[in-house]
Design a protein around this ligand. Structure first.
Ligand SMILES: [Zn+2]
Length: 149
């Protein structure tokens, strides 16, 4: 067995890709980019979500995407609901914890990871953190009860 150093990641600067906007407005679908007004496309991205205190979760989610800005937009409420479903079996006690959407992985890495073929540290190493997070929102990220419509 090769020995794994615990601070394997610290020496490297992370790879970066895309910008991200977690859309808190449930009634706004952003069919146009809020930054440049270009019509957005619908694309699926495997989003890497870090949930306090130490859970990583990859959610392959349909998002809005502006190719001009390289901006991924996703609805906060949808993301939280899907994450809660994803965690309800394996780790229900962390539902409601603070979380951070950190970046994306390539589709093939997500597939490997979802079949548990890829150990978590490897997945983290293949992750692309967001270049920037555009926050058009002043509410801090957090979970709200699902039944609160
Ligand atoms: Zn744009």
């Amino acid at each position: 067995m090769p020995k794994q150093s615990s601070n394997k990641l610290s020496g490297k600067s992370p790879k970066k890709r895309h910008k991200f906007f977690l859309n808190p407005y449930n009634d706004c679908a952003f069919t146009k980019c809020p930054k440049c007004d270009t019509k957005t496309k619908v694309r699926k991205f495997p989003l890497v979500i870090f949930i306090e205190s130490k859970q990583l979760f990859i959610l392959n989610k349909q998002c809005k995407y502006c190719s001009v800005c390289d901006l991924i937009i996703t609805k906060k409420q949808e993301l939280e609901a899907l994450t809660a479903i994803g965690m309800s079996q394996s780790n229900p006690h962390i539902i409601g914890n603070d979380y951070l959407v950190m970046g994306t992985v390539d589709r093939k890495d997500w597939k490997e990871g979802s079949q548990n073929a890829l150990p978590l540290p490897d997945l983290i190493e293949r992750m692309y953190v967001f270049k920037d997070v555009w926050d058009f929102d002043i509410i801090p990220a957090g979970w709200y009860p699902n039944d609160e419509k």
